[in-house]
Write a protein that binds this ligand. Structure first.
Ligand code: GLC
Length: 507
């Protein structure tokens, strides 16, 4: 059988470390906690783990403001804990991706501390400094993400503004300076030499802003993250790819390219010489209707047609969980079938395998500058009142934590966890599901997304009924798996319940 790069054949599991598992009882998740749950992750059947940032950080953006790219923040543990995690994953045949934040550092990073210390500091040009506009205001009209304030903050001492696409505590690096590029390459090498298998690159499309920084139209200025799409970034990515390719263990980089326009994110794969994978965030932004999802999936498959390869993601640490968005267990279970059967590398967000909803956050518990606390609620492990956490977790638990916890679901064949496990198992056994071609199937039911996956002799058909009504399908075959645990095995009877999905063979 031909060999595929591992990341094309993988299911990747995102862990938001603060929220995953608390190894020392201080109410904040940590690396020890993740090590304690490796069997849960391995039993689920995923191939790799992506950790949101674990590096030294003042936590203005909970780790996406990095003050030292090569040291573990004490809140998450020690270097030795990280080694244990790498080893524990590798022993279980899983890989580890770290979150690399190349666009900005923390304002506490020594590089920035130096840079702001004087106009002629050798690191001044490592960040984006500009003189004030003639009226003394910011150099251009860009607005920072999160707070709706200018993307520029005046440094009183040196009389210049610095750029920050996000919080003022997250100054943007100047990748036009080759020393910055070299320093960030060193960060990648450091982790690759430590045995890490790749990276998720945070807002990586922003790094090639270049020197011009023009005024933007009002709409774009308010949303710079989705407006910056420059050729220089591609040049930088090609050099990053060469660095990654110089390692024998096939390290992979998946980029958070937050560009939602037609074809934009896909261009960051270059000619197989830039990112390995580029997130397509359309499924996260698509209403749960058959028409909308058919269009999102069609675009995904078209834009990432061979030789490109797509991702599929329904939830992450920045958006409401899809169980909450979609509104019911049935819909979330059908979405799980879709996620694990489309032609793509699926990304699961820890907790979705338990069917978790966002937590309800009372105003006095809000901690995130951008209202994302709900999706970051601690994962409930046990049924008991502390759910496997210290007495005072950093955020409230999601609804129904006593029944939607891992402990209760583990032995329940009707649970979300059982569904995810069975889908992942089936995927492992089926070359068609992992790597097969994708073709729409005509089943004569407008609310049903149906498609065929084929690889050699292996062929499966997936049918997902999106909507509140049952559907009659012109489709035959034998059930391999389905979203409902009460669906009898054997021949498919041609009817799908509301929000039901099935995987068939011999159709
Ligand atoms: C990305 C991350 C998000 C973070 C932002 C700034 O969008 O996913 O969590 O706040 O970048 O680093």
């Amino acid at each position: 059988m031909d060999t595929l790069p591992w990341w094309q054949d993988a299911v990747i599991y995102q862990i938001y470390p603060r929220s995953f598992s608390d190894g020392n009882g201080d109410g904040v998740g940590d690396l020890r906690g993740i090590c304690d749950r490796l069997d849960h992750i391995a039993d689920l059947g995923v191939d790799a783990v992506w950790l949101s940032p674990i590096f030294v950080s003042p936590m203005a953006d909970f780790g996406y403001d990095v003050a030292d790219y090569t040291a573990v923040d004490p809140v998450f543990g020690t270097d030795a804990d990280l080694d244990d995690l790498i080893e524990g994953l590798h022993q279980r045949n899983m890989r580890l991706l770290l979150d690399w934040v190349p666009n900005h550092t923390s304002d506490q990073h020594p590089w920035f501390v130096e840079s702001r210390s004087s106009r002629d500091n050798p690191k001044r040009d490592w960040y984006v400094w500009r003189d004030p506009a003639p009226d003394g205001g910011p150099p251009n009209n860009w607005i920072a993400t999160f707070k709706g304030v200018p993307a520029w903050t005046l440094d009183e001492a040196t009389g210049q503004y610095y750029l920050h696409s996000f919080l003022a505590e997250q100054p943007d690096l100047n990748w036009a300076n080759p020393e910055v590029e070299e320093a960030m390459h060193d960060v990648l090498r450091h982790w690759l030499d430590r045995g890490v298998d790749g990276f998720r690159a945070d807002v990586v499309h922003l790094i090639g802003k270049g020197d011009q920084l023009p005024e933007l139209s009002d709409d774009h200025a308010r949303a710079i993250v989705v407006a910056i799409d420059e050729p220089f970034t591609h040049e930088l990515l090609r050099r990053i790819r060469s660095l990654l390719d110089s390692y024998a263990h096939q390290p992979m980089m998946v980029g958070e390219v937050y560009l939602l326009g037609p074809g934009q994110a896909a261009t960051y794969l270059g000619d197989s010489d830039e990112l390995h994978l580029s997130f397509d965030f359309r499924p996260v932004h698509t209403a749960w209707t058959a028409d909308a999802f058919r269009a999102a999936l069609a675009t995904n498959q078209q834009e990432f047609a061979e030789p490109r390869w797509p991702t599929w993601v329904m939830s992450n640490h920045d958006r409401q969980r899809h169980r909450t968005r979609l509104g019911s267990d049935d819909a979330a279970r059908a979405a799980a079938v879709l996620t694990l059967t489309v032609r793509a590398t699926p990304f699961l967000y820890a907790g979705e395998e338990l069917g978790l909803e966002d937590a309800v956050i009372p105003p006095e518990r809000v901690v995130d500058p951008d209202g994302r606390d709900g999706t970051r609620a601690p994962i409930p492990w046990t049924a008991g009142p502390d759910h496997g956490w210290g007495p005072d977790p950093w955020l409230p638990f999601p609804p129904d934590a006593g029944t939607k916890c891992a402990e209760v679901q583990r032995d329940d064949p009707d649970s979300f966890l059982a569904l995810y496990r069975s889908l992942l198992r089936l995927r492992k056994e089926s070359p068609a599901l992992r790597r097969g071609s994708f073709e729409w199937a005509e089943v004569g039911a407008p609310t049903v997304l149906a498609f065929r996956r084929r690889h050699g002799d292996d062929e499966v058909v997936v049918a997902v009924n999106i909507g509140p009504d049952p559907a009659e399908l012109d489709l035959e075959g034998t059930i391999l798996a389905g979203s409902r645990s009460d669906r009898p095995a054997g021949a498919f009877d041609g009817t799908l319940a509301a929000n039901e999905a099935v995987i068939l063979t011999g159709g």
